[in-house]
Design a protein around this ligand. Structure first.
Ligand code: P6P
Length: 315
């Protein structure tokens, strides 16, 4: 039974990098406990405030962000925090080698209906500055607070999965996640069809045409409305997640954020043999211009991502 600390020792000789991941894992243990108690303590409601994205903040968004910040402040290896919940980066005033970008509680609109939510984090060298491409990541991970609490993490090598035990330990439950090349499952919010571009319409049309259509196979559709839940499913059994640019999100560059949603998720999915694209380029190649920048996100099984890319290449 491999615990997270043993895995980190094996995966990297960089003790400071190992400590960054351990810090995020420790924060997630605390967040998991807060989420478990929240309905009893009446903390699933709205705060009446909005974050930099203009999205209504839930008490648990802010509580989760505070938990992450408190843990990070106690790790001298981390000198900068970028968070979805904070307009500006937090400079921690130390010489820490690492920057952490995080969505402390992704999918929080699902909290009041008890659906899986998550914490997503990306780790970069602080010396590279705030705006680094996804290829510069030195580690990334997420925690899915679901029926089990799962930590998915990658440094340079395998994408490993840990499950939180009753004793509060991260026990490795999967050596290497691997995204199947082919899949018959896509994840998209079909209620947005009227906003879609022709590439998205074409891909979905081909998929729902099933066995007699151009894809020549039957498809199923899943959409949790929580990126961590949808991406975890894809990491475990394949599929493709699409939040493409559409006529309503075009003015903002997309819906999901580059630094702390798209980049870490793309890095994990590609590390597990999957693929990612904005429709125009690989997600990890996007040159960031703002810490809260949004991008279109298509990621998952290689065959499905390539089919979407083919639609975009038709222009
Ligand atoms: P929609 C949650 O708010 C989130 O940022 C992602 O976790 C999720 O994939 C997406 O938005 C859901 O968006 O438009 O379906 O509500």
């Amino acid at each position: 039974m491999t615990l997270l600390a043993h895995w980190l020792d094996r995966q990297t000789g960089d003790r400071e990098l190992a400590s960054v991941i351990a810090t995020m894992a420790d924060a997630a243990v605390e967040i998991a406990e807060v989420l478990r108690r929240a309905p009893i303590e009446g903390q699933v409601g709205l705060l009446g405030t909005t974050n930099v994205q203009g999205e209504a903040q839930k008490a648990l968004d802010v509580i989760s962000n505070d938990i992450v910040l408190r843990h990070i402040e106690n790790n001298p290896a981390i000198s900068v925090l970028v968070s979805e919940e904070l307009d500006e980066p937090v400079q921690l005033g130390n010489q820490g080698a690492f920057l952490v970008a995080t969505d402390p509680l992704d999918g929080s609109s699902n909290l009041d209906v008890n659906v899986t939510v998550g914490t997503i984090f990306s780790v970069l060298k602080a010396a590279g500055g705030l705006l680094q491409k996804g290829t510069a990541q030195v580690a990334a991970g997420y925690v899915a607070y679901g029926p089990a609490t799962s930590l998915v993490v990658r440094i340079e090598g395998p994408v490993a999965v840990f499950t939180l035990s009753a004793a509060g330990e991260w026990v490795q439950t999967l050596e290497q996640a691997s995204v199947p090349e082919a899949s018959g499952e896509f994840a998209i919010n079909t209620a947005r069809e009227r906003f879609w571009d022709e590439a998205t319409r074409g891909y979905v049309r081909e998929s729902v045409a099933g066995e007699s259509g151009p894809a020549g196979k039957r498809y199923n559709m899943r959409w949790v409305g929580s990126m961590v839940a949808d991406v975890h499913r894809i990491l475990m059994r394949g599929g493709v997640f699409l939040y493409p640019l559409d006529s309503e999100t075009a003015s903002k560059g997309g819906r999901l954020r580059l630094l702390y949603e798209a980049n870490p998720m793309a890095w994990l999915v590609e590390g597990a043999g999957g693929a990612s694209t904005t429709g125009q380029q690989g997600i990890l190649a996007v040159e960031p211009t703002d810490i809260h920048q949004r991008v279109p996100v298509i990621l998952g099984s290689v065959e499905e991502v390539r089919r979407v890319e083919n639609w975009y290449s038709r222009g």
